[in-house]
Design a protein around this ligand. Structure first.
Ligand SMILES: Cc1cc2nc3c(=O)[nH]c(=O)nc-3n(C[C@H](O)[C@H](O)[C@H](O)COP(=O)(O)O)c2cc1C
Length: 364
């Protein structure tokens, strides 16, 4: 798909265009480079012995790798959603859809999301709304429509305060959020996932979420796609000087993904029901292995899946196979037969990540 030839119809298409054509990665890294596995030259295993399978929301999945939340709402994104969903179904991995808020104002866009469930009947699919929507709602009757739209297994609520603040038309009210989340939790009968969108989640927030019974947290830390960067490019196009300056200043704001996984994992140690999705800058199977080793139960990749989806169906499939292979090789080289083994292998933590953990009093 040649993105430069596709008409940009609204903000979502514009985001897809900018994310795939501009340099939108954060300058700060994930800090996974400060973690090293200890190589095991005699693993006593064959590649065929490695088993990546695990369970999410009561469904068996082939590997702890999700397609991150991105798209829906337009013709272009329907195509991308269908391609990604077909691949997710083929490889039996979960998929998160992009924000479904658009459905509330434009019900005619429903099929751009429901096509995901039609193409992927068996896998866990996670719906999506933003925190600004939740914060401004007096009641949550509309949420059933969002959930039924894709027969969602869980509903993700994304935290994107910084993006809203930089975004030319963004929301500015974020008080009373925990109370609203508590109400929402009482009104829906599927689990809620709280996810960031590139700035990470701390142990303090994870524990507040645990207290209101929200137990699935997608950290989405720094090190991958920077939404401030995306909004910077939009502000630049509109010639909005202040927003551009804010965009430059806050480009790398937040908690690097590896530190954020450690943060949330320190809370999950005392809450066995808590499950962590490690995301934000996960780019290959070694990143996946490191995220799982330091406490994530699953991982999610967003922009890498967009880039291959724009190329075509077989490119998505090759990317999934490559990521699985990289994870399997990492597991073989550390002597792990399955994901549980991987959680116990020795690692060395150095530099800034070690300093962060010491200052934050997080055991490692
Ligand atoms: C094109 C694009 C659109 C996105 N749209 C959403 C969205 O609608 N809802 C959401 O929760 N996150 C959205 N995200 C954020 C991702 O889910 C993810 O948290 C973030 O991009 C970091 O992951 P990455 O570094 O693997 O891209 C989007 C990301 C991309 C690349």
């Amino acid at each position: 798909m040649d993105i430069s030839k596709i008409p940009i119809k609204n903000r979502k298409d514009e985001h897809i265009y900018l994310v795939s054509t501009e340099d939108v990665e954060s300058h700060e890294t994930t800090w996974f480079e400060h973690i090293r596995f200890v190589h095991k030259p005699i693993p006593e295993l064959s590649l065929d012995d490695i088993d990546l399978a695990c369970e999410f929301l009561g469904k068996q999945i082939s590997a702890p790798v999700f397609i991150g939340a991105m798209t829906g709402g337009t013709e272009l994104t329907k195509k991308l959603n269908v391609s990604l969903a077909k691949a997710a179904q083929k490889y039996q991995i979960p998929m998160m859809v992009g924000s479904q808020r658009v459905i509330l104002r434009h019900p005619e866009t429903k099929d751009t999301f429901s096509a995901v469930r039609e193409s992927a009947p068996d896998i866990p699919i996670i719906g999506n709304l933003g925190i600004a929507q939740i914060a401004s709602s007096e009641s949550f009757d509309y949420v059933n429509e969002i959930v039924e739209n894709i027969n969602a297994d869980a509903l993700a609520i994304h935290l994107n305060v910084i993006q809203e603040l930089i975004q030319p038309e963004g929301d500015k009210t974020f008080s009373g959020v925990l109370e609203k989340l508590k109400l929402l939790k009482e009104q829906i009968d599927i689990p809620i996932v709280i996810k960031e969108t590139g700035c990470g989640i701390s142990k303090e927030i994870a524990s507040q979420l645990g207290e209101i019974g929200i137990n699935i947290i997608d950290v989405s830390g720094i090190g991958g796609t920077s939404w401030v960067a995306v909004e910077y490019y939009r502000a630049k196009k509109e010639n909005m000087k202040l927003k551009q300056e804010l965009g430059k200043l806050f480009w790398d704001w937040g908690i690097p993904t590896a530190a954020s996984i450690f943060e949330v994992s320190s809370v999950a140690k005392n809450n066995p029901r808590m499950e962590i999705i490690g995301s934000g800058g996960i780019r290959d199977g070694i990143d996946v292995a490191k995220a799982l080793r330091i406490g994530a139960h699953f991982t999610a990749l967003a922009r890498p899946f967009l880039m291959v989806a724009l190329q075509g169906q077989s490119e998505i499939e090759q990317f999934i196979e490559k990521t699985f292979k990289e994870l399997e090789i990492t597991m073989l080289l550390t002597g792990c037969k399955n994901i549980d083994d991987l959680k116990r292998v020795p690692i060395i933590i150095t530099s800034k990540l070690k300093e962060w953990l010491i200052q934050r009093k997080i055991a490692f």
